[in-house]
Design a protein around this ligand. Structure first.
Ligand code: KG4
Ligand code: ZN
Length: 345
């Protein structure tokens, strides 16, 4: 056992297809960050199969927990609290993490903390840079596309969100149509840099003052273009479809983000979620925010996709604020961020 006054949080994330365990020291330092990915098992189905995800989590969770403690050279005596993603996500997958966290916390008599998955994605940024409020976070993942305003720790106000598909979901669906492997986002990103944005796909701006997004029309437009082209004997280069699609997504994402950052006079723009790995998005945001009063923070790729370090970073603040969960903590597949934020007040 380490005899120091540092705070150590053991964090677990199993909401989708990664079994992840991390230990975070004093909210901002990653002592260990273990991720057992199942992506290879889901690839042949073209998406995550919930039943398979749950089975993998069961197989991996104990091993990943042991690996994390071993890698950190810590024992459970050193841990101050056990944190876990309670939602949103796949219910069967979440249940494995929640029950593992409850069991280990109960056995070692440690406080238990339930964390919202998106709060976690946002707090991944605090492992890179201390937060300065007010801040804006662009959350872009396979299940989420949201602009979230934070005025203080634990406070999340959704000022814009997708009305249909998430950005990552649109990437994955377009990729599938192009015959690219799952997950398709990185493939589209790569091809987009090799092609030309010479096809005019729609941009869903919605109402003038709205920070909401919509990507399902764009996805349909790509499908229709390919379908109509086939009937007319026109073949489009995959690279050009990818470049044109990406241009349309990024035009809307970046311009609404810039507008929202200005409107709310934020000090920082944090980017979160799997799509934050997108090179085009990173470049455009860098162009927009370099030499402005807004500090742009984008985590490294390993902290953009699902991981448990982000859950530990969010839990550190919850721990300091005394927001513990009871033993009745359950997986909540549709937990809303605003409901979670209210609870944390
Ligand atoms: O955050 P994440 O790992 O899982 C969810 O919580 O959804 O995000 C996964 C999503 C997938 O849709 C994947 O295609 C997308 O992030 N993604 C990308 C890139 N890398 C991952 N999308 C566009 N460009 C990328 N480079
Ligand atoms: Zn995620």
């Amino acid at each position: 056992m380490i005899n120091d006054k540092n705070q150590y949080i053991l964090a677990i994330e199993t909401s989708c297809d990664e079994t992840a365990v991390a230990i975070i020291k004093n909210g901002r330092e990653m002592v260990t960050n273990q991720v057992a990915s199942q992506v290879e098992s889901h690839k042949r189905f073209g998406g995550v199969v919930p039943e398979i995800a749950s089975r993998h989590h069961i197989e991996q969770i104990t091993i990943t927990l042991e690996e994390a403690l071993m890698d950190a050279q810590l024992s459970m005596d050193d841990i101050d609290a056990v944190a876990v993603t309670e939602g949103p996500g796949l219910v069967g997958a979440l249940l494995i993490g929640v029950n593992a966290a409850k069991a280990i916390a109960f056995a070692h008599q440690k406080p238990l903390i339930g964390i919202h998955h998106i709060a976690g994605h946002i707090y991944a940024n605090r492992l890179i840079e201390e937060f300065q409020f007010p801040l804006l976070s662009l959350v872009v993942s396979g299940g989420h596309t949201e602009l979230i305003l934070m005025r203080e720790h634990g406070n999340f106000e959704i000022i814009g969100e997708t009305r249909d598909d998430a950005a990552g979901e649109a990437y994955d669906k377009v990729a599938k149509t192009l015959g690219l492997p799952y997950p398709g986002g990185p493939h589209i990103d790569r091809l987009a840099h090799e092609g030309e944005a010479n096809i005019d796909f729609p941009r869903a701006w919605l109402e003038p003052d709205s920070f909401d997004f919509s990507f399902s029309g764009l996805k349909t437009a790509v499908l229709n273009t390919l379908h109509n082209g086939k009937q007319k004997g026109i073949t489009y280069a995959q690279q050009d479809i990818a470049a044109s699609f990406q241009d349309s997504v990024l035009d809307v994402l970046v311009s609404k983000t810039v507008k929202a950052a200005r409107k709310h006079n934020v000090k920082q723009l944090l980017v979160a979620g799997g799509v934050a790995a997108n090179k085009g998005l990173r470049n455009r945001l860098q162009n927009e925010f370099t030499n402005t009063d807004v500090q742009l923070v984008i985590p490294p790729l390993s902290l953009c996709t699902d991981n448990a370090a982000m859950i530990g970073a969010a839990a550190s603040v919850a721990f300091e604020q005394g927001h513990y969960a009871g033993w009745e903590l359950n997986a909540n597949p549709s937990l809303s961020l605003e409901k979670y934020a209210k609870r944390s007040k």
